[in-house]
Design a protein around this ligand. Structure first.
Ligand code: RFL
Length: 406
């Protein structure tokens, strides 16, 4: 970790109890929790406000995560505008199999595009709760994290000068490509898992073609259909890792989607213009222990789950609730308990979701692997889901994240 404090270009260093690096769901939720308790904090974000308010990514939120936002006064728009989903559908061999997870758990999925949530959170943090935020910052550096007086420096978009903020804690919420993960000490353990497949992530300007999420298990490769809004649908197509999105013309994309998601008793998918088309190399990682001196990692900065099981944003919110509450307890009442147990508590849910993602990947990618053994076990897993109430209950619990303890 860097230890020499650069001199600020303008006057004395600023002081602030908590600096939050990154204005994604994790960072903005922590900031809002701190502001609600009257704790001062500063969010640093490399992008502009307009950019983060339009960046499309996730859309599936678990009910416990939504209730967590609601309890903190952060879910008004979401509860008004989100769609409620109660079922998902597996398609294979031209047939459809509905899985009613709400019947089994009593809980829903909420469909609310990530950019809408980020827009709500920025507004609440900065405009309503008066939180400080700097957009367009460059070259963020973290200093003296192993002391009780860490600091963060950055180049300001407004002045072009290096600014320094002294603080008590740094929340590293800068996602999978941020700076905080790059400065971890040698004691950090990073476990990584590569699935060996790519997914072509697509957004189509087309209404959803089904009333719930659809998973297409097909010898050509997995395909997914996920509603985002009445006008926009997210689709996925399994492809070779590192594939060039330009290999996927409009015609090829829709022809593969129609084949892989086709069902004999359903009309073809409603097609539309593709407004996002990029290849994700599917991989996961977990950084342990998530805490290094006064640096607390949260969200994708600490752990990545490929969008296989739609878990990443949910985990980012789980971390944010725990870290926000623990920082408030420490800074307003001197209670260290939550900070001491933060990493351990987060990591139990993180590893559980990692394992589910791994299991689900076996289902999605088994039949297209070219390995008849994997194809056989994939169908066994699918059959079990629809014939064994115990297996169905276990799947529903993991899919919705409803276990009573992790
Ligand atoms: P984010 O959202 O990446 O936010 C990090 C922020 O930090 C900024 N940043 C920096 N700021 C300052 N200094 C630096 N050096 C910085 N470097 C980066 C970035 O600009 C950004 O604003 O992380 P956070 O808050 O941890 O949130 C994580 C979620 O965004 C992520 O897990 C989800 O998007 C994953 N995910 C899904 N999760 C779900 O729970 N349900 C879903 O349905 C779902 N679908 C998805 C997804 C991710 C996808 N992609 C893009 C891989 C679908 C897709 C296609």
């Amino acid at each position: 970790m860097t230890s020499s404090l650069p001199q600020p270009a303008t006057g004395a260093p600023e002081r602030c109890p908590v600096v939050i690096v990154g204005a994604g769901p994790a960072g903005l939720t922590i900031g809002s929790i701190l502001r609600a308790a009257g704790v001062d904090c500063l969010v640093l974000e490399t992008e502009t406000r307009e950019f983060i308010e339009q960046r499309p990514r996730a859309g599936v939120l678990e009910e416990w995560a939504v209730r967590g936002l609601q309890r903190r006064g952060l879910a008004d728009n979401l509860l008004e505008r989100a769609q409620l989903h109660t079922e998902c559908e597996f398609r294979f061999g031209g047939e459809r199999f509905r899985f009613s997870y709400t019947e089994l758990t009593g809980q829903h999925h909420f469909i609310y595009p990530q950019q809408f949530l980020v827009t709500d959170l920025v507004r609440e943090y900065a405009d309503v709760r008066g939180g400080r935020i700097r957009f367009g910052v460059r070259d963020v550096q973290l200093l003296d994290l192993d002391t009780s007086r860490p600091s963060v420096s950055y180049i300001s978009a407004e002045t072009g000068q290096r600014e320094v903020v002294e603080c008590d804690f740094v929340a590293g919420c800068d996602g999978a490509r941020g700076v905080t993960r790059t400065i971890l000490p040698a004691t950090a353990e990073i476990s990584r898992h590569d699935y060996g497949v790519g997914w072509l992530a697509l957004l189509a300007e087309a209404p959803p073609s089904n009333d719930c999420v659809v998973f297409g298990i097909h010898p050509n490769g997995f395909a997914g259909h996920m509603a985002r809004s009445p006008e926009v649908t997210r689709y996925y197509l399994e492809c070779p890792p590192g594939d060039d999105p330009e290999n996927w013309s409009h015609e090829r994309v829709w022809s593969e989607l129609q084949q892989r998601l086709g069902a004999t008793d359903r009309p073809p998918l409603t097609e539309g213009r593709l407004i996002e088309k990029r290849v994700l190399d599917m991989h996961n990682y977990v950084v342990e222990p998530m805490v290094f001196g006064r640096l607390f990692l949260a969200g994708d900065a600490a752990h990545l789950t490929a969008p296989i099981a739609a878990k990443g944003m949910n985990l980012a919110l789980h971390d944010a609730y725990l870290l926000g509450d623990a920082l408030v307890a420490y800074l307003t009442k001197g209670g260290e308990n939550g900070l001491d147990t933060y990493a351990q508590t987060c990591l139990r849910r993180v590893w559980d979701y990692q394992e589910f993602s791994e299991w689900l990947s076996g289902v999605y990618h088994g039949t297209s692997s070219g390995d008849p053994y994997r194809a056989g076990t994939t169908f066994a897993r699918l059959r079990r889901l629809f014939t064994s109430p115990a297996a169905a209950a276990a799947f529903a619990e993991q899919y919705l994240g409803t276990a009573s303890t992790y």
